[in-house]
Design a protein around this ligand. Structure first.
Ligand SMILES: [Zn+2]
Length: 555
């Protein structure tokens, strides 16, 4: 009897980002995508979240391949951490994706340690019990693929991120007939992108942006700044082409923008427009209305070019009346407030700002409900598991599969950590592992434990109080102090009164302790008693318990 196919998401099921899917049959494992999730905890120092690879590390000798569907950070960003955890398996990616991976791994000095294999659409790769054929899909990055994976139990289709774009700027519409053909041959399981399942209109084509941009660029009275993701090579290509047509020049602003455009050229894109590009240093030599700046920082990231422009702190680009800023990207959940603030600041500089809420100047890279339906109907799988989405997206997507005729026992809403077991005639959650995620700060990827996060939250919200005393080591008597220092507690005036009163409390406590020692000969735990007393005191007077650090120095 054949063993079941086991599927485990280490990320991407229950959130948008951190996509990472593991498939296992017997002693063979393949990993599909390995991304990060941008953190909304960044005010506590957590920059991003990565999957916890512990489950995989325990089985590292079984890992046959790591396959990357496309080059977005939420699909490749955690690769350095996967490699650093000791998992070594050949990587498989299309050309542009492999270049994005190379850039990412180079930052960590890890490129030499990987075996990178370039895959091409429709060229089958054999891996043992698994084999797979990449199929081109439309998405907001070039060279994105879905995977048609053959297993001894049947075929699995993993869509990666996709949309169905009849008129993409690069390439052509993804070929649904390939999915249909697979469906006719029989598909055991469909795993499909749920990001935009809540949208009912067919997604906007990338090339519809062309006309809008052309009209806006032609009518420019001042500098035009387009803020977008640096990985969107097709968007970059469109802007360069329009600029070339209108006799305008383009400046790439931001390190990632320049780096990615170089990678795009290496992968065969954007080559023909290189003469349109000028250096930022030459901006002052040009009429502003003839220049378009493509800028990173659409998520209001700290230090990014666009935020500096908004704050009036960009050395070479000062925005003012007549200038136009186009926010041509989606808002990553969690960034909305910061982006809103930045847009306000851009208006304050005098610039006009167009953003998605009121002007269609961005086309999403994800399929909406009608396209997702087309996918399910084309594939007509035996089983369906929605992927890449917050929990509600997964629920809606599973319902959509129901509307397409899949009975309830053929669709499963799974979350990260669920181990699904699939046989030709059953699907079930067989096991669960603990929520597989690691909070990360800093380039080296130091993880932030839940305890550390709790401390930071406590310090940030409630402040900290130090109480200092000096004690004679031999006599055990207090010889100096108390001194009390506070940070982040209350306004200066309130604080100075509070600290004076807190000092009295500690003094009083010290007297009590010394009396107790003299009469009973037993030394009480002064440190702990100060902590309890001060927390009680601040709760009564401030309505909150700051972190109290009683320090007693023995001299
Ligand atoms: Zn993507």
């Amino acid at each position: 009897m054949t063993s079941p196919l086991r599927i485990l998401a280490l990320g991407g099921l229950g959130e948008i980002g951190m996509n990472c899917m593991v498939m296992e049959i017997d002693d063979e494992i393949i990993v599909i995508d390995c991304g990060i999730l941008f953190s909304d905890l960044d005010h506590f120092g957590v920059e991003f979240v990565i999957p916890d690879f512990a489950w995989l590390v325990e089985r590292k000798d079984k890992v046959r391949a790591i396959i990357l569907t496309h080059g977005h950070e939420d699909h490749i960003g955690a690769l350095p951490f996967l490699l650093k955890s000791g998992i070594r398996a050949p990587l498989y990616a299309t050309h542009f994706t492999s270049l994005m991976i190379r850039k990412r791994l180079d930052e960590y000095g890890l490129m030499d340690s990987v075996d990178m294999n370039i895959i091409r659409a429709r060229e089958k790769v054999e891996l043992g019990k698994f084999s797979f054929t990449p199929e081109s899909v439309n998405h907001s990055i070039v060279d994105a693929v879905a995977l048609l994976i053959d297993t001894p139990l049947g075929r699995v289709i993993h869509t990666g991120d996709f949309k169905i774009d009849p008129t993409p700027f690069y390439g052509s519409m993804m070929d649904l007939s390939r999915f249909k053909k697979a469906g006719e041959e029989g598909v055991l399981l469909l795993l499909s992108d749920s990001t935009n399942v809540e949208r009912c209109e067919h997604s906007m084509s990338e090339s519809r942006i062309y006309e809008r941009f052309e009209a806006l660029f032609a009518a420019a009275e001042g500098l035009t700044v387009v803020a977008m993701f640096a990985s969107n090579v097709a968007r970059m290509g469109q802007i360069l082409e329009i600029a070339s047509k209108l006799g305008k020049k383009v400046i790439l602003s931001g390190r990632s923008m320049e780096a990615n455009s170089r990678l795009a050229v290496e992968a065969g894109y954007l080559k023909e427009y290189q003469s349109v590009l000028i250096s930022l240093d030459d901006l002052h030599l040009r009429d502003r209305k003839d220049v378009i700046v493509i800028s990173s920082g659409s998520q209001a990231e700290q230090g990014a070019a666009l935020l500096r422009m908004a704050q009036g702190e960009h050395k070479q680009i000062q925005l003012g009346k007549g200038d136009l800023v186009l926010m041509s990207s989606r808002y990553i959940p969690g960034n909305e407030k910061a982006i809103g603030r930045m847009i306000n600041q851009l208006f304050k500089q005098g610039a006009e700002v167009l953003y998605e809420a009121v002007h269609d100047i961005h086309a999403s890279g994800h399929a909406t409900k009608p396209e997702l339906k087309q996918m399910i109907e084309a594939v007509n799988p035996r089983y369906f598991v929605p992927i890449h989405g917050e929990y509600r997206h997964l629920v809606h997507h599973a319902r959509l599969a129901g509307e397409c005729g899949l009975a309830e026992d053929r669709r499963v809403v799974a979350v990260n950590g669920d181990i699904l077991e699939i046989t030709p005639d059953s699907i079930r959650v067989a096991e669960k592992i603990e929520e597989p995620r690691v909070l990360v700060e800093g380039r080296e990827g130091n993880d932030v434990s839940k305890l550390v996060l709790k401390d930071r939250r406590q310090l940030g919200e409630k402040g900290v109080v130090f109480s200092l005393l000096v004690r004679n080591r031999d006599s055990r008597r207090i010889i100096a102090g108390p001194d009390i220092i506070a940070r982040g507690l209350a306004s200066e005036q309130v604080e100075s009164w509070l600290l004076e009163e807190a000092k009295n409390r500690v003094r009083h406590l010290v007297q009590e302790h010394e009396l107790q020692m003299a009469t009973t000969g037993v030394e009480p735990d002064l440190q702990e008693n100060i902590r309890i007393e001060l927390r009680r005191f601040f709760l009564a007077n401030l309505g909150k318990k700051p972190t109290v650090m009683p320090i007693i120095l023995d001299l």
